[in-house]
Design a protein. Structure first.
Length: 123
């Protein structure tokens, strides 16, 4: 065998880097992330994010019940739309929301490929 062969002599396969199944999200996990986002200093409002057309069509095909969460999970991408209070700089608030959402998702052992934070209103 060559030195670059992943199986070496043991015959053991390396684990796949990308999971074959998307992460399972619960309504409780989304509610917890929503609560954490609302606690970030500088966040005044949390608005309903719009899902992409592809995620809406997939939800209809699979038969997913719509949630009342203002956060939208589009595959492994979490979309958040906030309004800031106008006192803290909006980019800093958006970064804090991003970090808080990632941390809370990690606490629930959920994997996100990306967190999109959009600022809909300042002040």
């Amino acid at each position: 065998m060559s030195d670059t062969d992943d199986t070496r002599e043991t015959g053991t396969q390396l684990p796949a880097a990308v999971p074959s199944e998307p992460p399972t999200w619960s309504a409780a996990a989304l509610a917890a992330i929503e609560a954490v986002v609302l606690e970030v200093p500088g966040v005044a409002d949390l608005f309903r994010a719009r899902p992409t057309v592809q995620s809406a069509v997939t939800a209809i095909r699979v038969g997913v019940t719509p949630t009342v969460s203002r956060l939208v999970l589009d595959g492994a991408v979490l979309r958040i739309v906030i309004g800031t209070d106008g006192f803290a700089p909006a980019p800093a608030v958006a970064r804090a929301v991003h970090d808080a959402a990632l941390d809370e998702a990690a606490r629930h052992r959920l994997v996100l490929s990306r967190v999109d934070v959009r600022i809909a209103r300042i002040g």
